[in-house]
Design a protein around this ligand. Structure first.
Ligand SMILES: [Zn+2]
Length: 163
């Protein structure tokens, strides 16, 4: 059909008012297809749903779609599939490493394993009178009871200093 400038103006006006193509065609006495085709050739912007009819109102901008969310949904996020993957990972029979036998720290070798005499030094090493105490040592200790007590007392200040 031939479109006069008046018809085109009418089409633009009705189009901008948000009428459906069928309604525009009915008002202009032309077919809906003619309206669609002309609107396409005129490069008229797409309109919101034809249901939205506000005669005389300026064309409302389209409500922004939550595109990011849509994209996320298409990607399966958040994510049932993610949970499945995570669950599958968790359910995978991954044997935990066997508990290591707790090896006790190697005890320092007792100075005199085969000798139960006190090895508390008496005198100055290198001097002729230097000797060891040689009293009966406490079980598991290199010193006799008296020297073990001294060793313990001596060690304590160092321990406190370290603390
Ligand atoms: Zn001793």
């Amino acid at each position: 059909m031939d479109w006069s400038d008046e018809q085109i103006s009418r089409l633009r006006a009705l189009w901008s008012e948000g009428h459906s193509t069928a309604e525009i065609g009915r008002r202009m006495g032309i077919s809906k297809n003619a309206v669609v085709g002309k609107a396409h050739r005129l490069n008229l912007s797409a309109r919101p749903s034809p249901i939205r009819r506000v005669p005389g109102a300026p064309q409302a901008p389209r409500a922004p779609r939550p595109a990011p969310m849509r994209a996320a949904e298409r990607m399966g996020f958040p994510p049932r599939s993610f949970n499945v993957v995570a669950a599958g990972h968790a359910l995978r029979p991954v044997a935990p490493p066997p508990p290591r036998p707790v090896a006790p720290p190697a005890p320092p070798p007792p100075p005199r394993l085969s000798n139960t005499s006190c090895c508390w030094p008496i005198g100055e090493p290198g001097k002729p009178d230097f000797r060891f105490c040689s009293d009966r040592a406490l079980v598991g200790k290199p010193y006799c009871e008296a020297h073990a007590a001294q060793a313990y007392v001596r060690a304590r200040p160092r321990h406190e200093d370290a603390a």
